[in-house]
Design a protein around this ligand. Structure first.
Ligand SMILES: Cc1cc2nc3c(=O)[nH]c(=O)nc-3n(C[C@H](O)[C@H](O)[C@H](O)COP(=O)(O)OP(=O)(O)OC[C@H]3O[C@@H](n4cnc5c(N)ncnc54)[C@H](O)[C@@H]3O)c2cc1C
Length: 480
């Protein structure tokens, strides 16, 4: 059954790649005539790199920019030490979101899927057997019938609205303004954080221009009213208390601290991923990362469903797992937005929080929260091994005398059972079994890994698990 993915942003491109890897026929449409030249984000975090690594493409992204071993949580003057995390990628990668999208699109093309730019979904109707989608392209309206429709169409998602999915949450309480511009006098504004007479200005150097971000003093009468250079200039001068002349504007926009989440990520044959499923304050710059994590969790489940071999409830588990993860992102980014508020009354709270964040276990917890590295899904089966439900570490392995690792074995996006021969383990459900030895964890008996890299079952000599729990895990996630 064909799946149509609406939107060629990070969520849509990653989801389409996951579906293509699983052998699903997939169509990706985007209403823009070509990729937008305006770059929203400039970073990729540890969890995204771990996931891309498990598809063999992380190197392409890492080749694009510098990495720094810290992240941010609320206070730019107190960076998070990411080296405390247990990951192959304890850093933030500097990479433009537009470049992330280009690389994903290139990879998708290698998998045989070309994005259909200039194709807008204007409506759809779902019934028991499929979804009839109206697509407007090149002045023509076409009806296309697909098995499933994936709304990766951003925060104002038409798919979400037409599916009747609620988007409850907290409305905007404040707005930020962003300008990609040049400075008439390059010395007139230092890069980084500048405390002005009436607020804070962030200036981030970019090749050939500077990105300036500041708070909008009053909520706009119309949120969609375009931001003009003259009005941005006025606000900047007022905040700084002096004139810094801006020229050659490339992009001016506003964003808000609204936080909303779809009340269902799955509605019949319609699914949501990325910004269509959740929006949150920009603190922590994490939207792309959450979009990729949604897509990787959804990909294998939607693929199994579209191909007709999913066990009951598999697609529903996408909602359960990612709605909970999304709610955590909303909570965490809202907390950061509150801590970042320009209100001296919050200083004692900020100071106390800063002190706590310097305690290594707290710093590590915040780093895992901010990057998504701490993400754990309910493993469903009993057991208390710390890996259960989490991403299986990228263990180094020996197979048939050759060297490999967990990430390499997950590249085809299939479920994997690693067995060490201490015990003969039963399998099924299309699980690919590998006999390995694992010098890093000599007591390992076996570990069952979902296509998204999360541990579904694990048994060690010191914590042996009965075969029935393995059978239960295989049946829950892969049928068979
Ligand atoms: C100013 C700003 C700065 C940001 N900085 C960062 C950052 O530093 N790091 C970070 O991780 N995140 C950042 N984000 C958030 C990040 O940009 C988003 O979370 C991310 O783009 C979400 O990806 P997505 O694929 O869900 O949606 P989008 O990237 O919004 O993609 C949706 C796509 O759907 C298409 N579309 C919409 N409707 C239709 C339709 N009816 N038919 C066909 N196509 C349709 C659109 O054209 C678009 O291409 C920032 C956001 C903003 C606004």
């Amino acid at each position: 059954m064909r799946v149509m993915v609406v939107g060629a942003g990070p969520a849509g491109l990653m989801l389409a790649a996951e579906l293509a890897l699983a052998g699903v026929e997939v169509t990706v449409v985007d209403r823009l005539p070509r990729r937008s030249p305006y770059c929203r984000g400039f970073t990729l975090g540890a969890r995204s790199l771990e996931l891309l690594d498990r598809r063999g493409v992380a190197g392409r992204f890492l080749a694009e920019g510098p990495t720094v071993p810290y992240g941010m949580f609320a206070d730019p003057s107190r960076p998070l030490d990411l080296t405390m995390m247990d990951t192959d990628h304890p850093y933030t990668l500097g990479i433009a979101q537009t470049r992330v999208e280009e690389l994903l699109e290139e990879w998708l093309a290698e998998l045989g899927v070309a994005v259909r730019w200039g194709s807008e979904v204007t409506g759809f109707h779902q019934d028991d057997d499929g979804v009839e989608v109206t697509v407007q392209a090149g002045g023509e309206r076409r009806l296309e019938r697909v098995g499933y429709l994936a709304g990766c169409d951003g925060s104002r998602s038409l798919v979400r609205r037409q599916a009747g999915i609620g988007f409850p949450g907290t409305p905007a309480t404040g707005y930020g303004l962003l300008a990609d511009v040049e400075l008439a006098d390059p010395e007139s504004l230092p890069f980084g954080v500048t405390e002005g007479e009436h607020g804070t200005v962030f200036a981030i150097p970019r090749p050939g221009y500077v990105r300036i971000v500041l708070d909008e003093p009053e909520p706009p009468a119309d949120r969609d009213e375009p931001v003009r250079l003259s009005s941005f200039q006025e606000v900047l001068d007022a905040v700084l208390g002096r004139r810094v002349e801006l020229v050659n504007p490339r992009w001016l926009t506003r964003f808000s601290d609204a936080a909303r989440q779809a009340d269902r990520y799955v509605a019949g044959r319609v699914v949501l991923a990325g910004d269509s499923a959740h929006i949150h304050p920009p603190a922590g710059a994490t939207g792309v990362n959450v979009a990729l994590a949604d897509a990787v969790n959804l990909g294998w489940k939607l693929a199994a469903t579209a191909l007709g071999h999913a066990p009951g409830g598999l697609l529903g588990s996408y909602h359960t797992e990612r709605h909970e993860a999304g709610a955590r992102v909303l909570r965490t980014t809202r907390a950061q937005a509150l801590l970042g508020r320009r209100d001296p009354g919050l200083d004692p709270l900020r100071d106390l929080f800063g002190e706590l964040a310097e305690l290594p276990p707290v710093g590590r917890h915040l780093a895992e929260l901010a990057t998504g590295v701490g993400t754990r899904y309910d493993p469903v089966i009993p057991g208390d091994h710390p890996w259960l439900g989490r991403l299986t570490p990228n263990l180094k392995l020996v197979v048939h005398g050759g060297h490999t690792c967990v990430a390499e074995l997950l590249r085809p996006a299939r479920p994997v059972l690693l067995t060490t021969g201490r015990r003969t383990l039963p399998t099924g459900g299309g699980v690919v079994a590998h006999h390995v030895s694992c010098p890093e964890l000599p007591e390992l008996e076996g570990v069952l890994i979902r296509p998204d890299g999360h541990t579904a079952w694990i048994s060690t000599a010191t914590d042996p698990q009965p075969d029935e729990t393995l059978a239960m895990a295989v049946a829950t996630w892969f049928g068979g």
